[in-house]
Structure formats: structure tokens, C-alpha cells
Design a protein around this ligand. Structure first.
Ligand code: F6R
Length: 241
């Protein structure tokens, strides 16, 4: 596990964007695993600028998002479909047919989960997975629990996650209580993983992520078993290291 400590959020975002860009430059038909939330926003902004300067080309790239809220329509501004469109996809030349996000609106969710796994497999697997981390140590929406999901599943969100994500909604009541999330094995099968964390509220989770022990109580700690994982954190998130 490589740990890169950057001065602040801006530097962290630039470093993450450089690593994504180098992946796409070296392998133009890369399969990227993408995250939502506040943390990767700066990275997306940097990547959009690189694209506008003609430094990267996404025309052969495919992308798979980690998760989506259950039963939140795609045109709801808090849905991850909407977030990805607004914050990344509409600004770059990634082809719509190569964009994959779990569909929380699917009539048959179990089938949607199975199909999502199959589509990832058929794409050749994820080359580079970008992750954020919850203050409770979740990755994707794999919440701390006695047991973790291996593959993509419909999951219940914890009270802590609902509270943390209520900042995007009018109130905690409005936050969906369930989501479709890729599982831990789906994440761990990626060839390379970059986890981003910014701010003091992530410091405890980051400490537990690299503790030397794996625990389902900190799902991110399982990343220690991956041979190609890089953490990019700012000084605040590295506070307890
Ligand atoms: C988002 C996701 C989540 C977030 C995590 C951190 O697709 O999978 O695991 O990465 O909740 O969210 P922020 O970045 O908003 O602190």
C-alpha cells in the first residue's frame, strides 16, 4: 500500500487526475471505476481541464460507477447518474454507450446487480478504480457490518452515512435508505486502486484503513490485501498517521 500525503485538497485532486490521465494515456481503452461524493469533484475538474487542453482523450474509455441510490430517478439532482453527467461526462468525450452506472430504478434489482457484474466482466475488468471513503470506513456503499457483500447488491445505508449525505438533500429524511453498490470483491478485482481522502473527518477511517489488520468494521481495511493500492490523502486526513 502506497500512501501519498498532499498538502491540501487542491494538490490531492491534481495528483489523482495525473494518475488517471497516465492510465488513459498508457491504455486509451482503459476501464475506469468511478466514485461520486465531494472528494473526487476536484479530480474531475482537473481531468476536464486536461481534456479541454487536448492532453487526454476519453473516446475509447469505459467507466463503471460504484453505486447509485435505490429508487432515486436519474434526473433527480442528487442521483449519481445526474452527478456524473453534470460533474464529468457532459464535459468530456466519453461515449454514452461506454458509461455504466448501477440502475437503482430497475424493476428487477437482483437481475440488475447480476447484469452489472457481468458487464464489468465482459469489459475485461476494471483497470483503475477510484474510491472515496466514508467517515465510517465504507467504500462504495459497503457499510461496516459483520459480513460484507462480495458482489453488487442492494444494501441498507447506515445512520452515519444517511446523516453524512444529508448535506446534499433538504433533510436526512430525504436521503434514500438503500442503494445499489458494487461489492468488496468487485472493488478488489480492479487491477489498480486509488483511494482519495480529504479532511479531518476522514482521519480516523484512514488510520483504520492502513492499520495492519483487516476488519469488516472498516471495509476499506480490506484494501490492504490488494497488491496495487495507492492512498492519496491531504494532511488533515493524514492527521493520525
Ligand atoms: C460514492 C461512494 C462513497 C463515497 C464516500 C465519501 O460513490 O462510493 O463511498 O466515496 O461516502 O463521500 P465524500 O467524498 O462525499 O466524503
Amino acid at each position: 500500500m502506497r500512501v501519498i500525503i498532499e498538502k491540501d485538497y487542491r494538490d490531492l485532486s491534481k495528483k489523482a487526475a495525473l494518475l488517471v490521465a497516465s492510465q488513459v494515456i498508457l491504455k486509451p481503452n482503459s476501464v475506469l471505476g468511478l466514485a461520486t461524493g465531494s472528494t473526487p469533484l476536484g479530480m474531475y475538474r482537473e481531468l476536464i481541464q486536461m481534456y479541454q487542453r487536448g492532453e487526454i482523450n476519453f473516446s475509447e474509455v469505459s467507466s463503471f460507477n460504484l453505486d447509485e441510490y435505490y429508487r432515486l430517478p436519474h434526473d433527480n439532482p442528487e442521483s449519481y447518474h445526474y452527478y456524473m453527467q453534470e460533474n464529468f461526462f457532459k464535459h468530456i468525450n466519453l461515449k454514452a454507450k461506454n458509461i455504466f452506472i448501477p440502475d437503482g430504478m430497475a424493476d428487477d434489482i437482483e437481475r440488475e446487480c447480476r447484469d452489472y457484474e457481468e458487464t464489468i466482466k465482459h469489459s475485461g475488468g476494471i483497470d483503475l478504480q477510484i474510491l472515496g471513503i466514508g467517515s465510517n470506513g465504507h467504500v462504495g456503499f459497503n457499510e461496516p457490518a459483520e459480513q460484507l457483500n462480495v458482489t453488487t447488491k442492494l444494501v441498507n445505508l447506515t445512520a452515519e452515512t444517511i446523516e453524512a449525505n444529508s448535506r446534499f438533500f433538504d433533510s436526512a429524511e430525504d436521503v434514500p435508505k438503500m442503494a445499489v453498490s458494487v461489492g468488496m470483491a468487485t472493488i478488489l478485482k480492479a487491477r489498480r486502486i486509488i483511494l482519495l481522502a480529504s479532511g479531518e473527518n476522514k482521519a480516523e477511517a484512514i488510520k483504520n484503513t492502513i492499520s495492519g489488520y483487516v476488519s469488516t468494521k472498516t471495509p476499506a481495511s480490506l484494501l490492504q490485501t490488494h497488491p496495487e493500492i495507492t492512498l492519496i490523502v491531504d494532511r488533515a486526513a493524514a492527521n493520525f498517521l
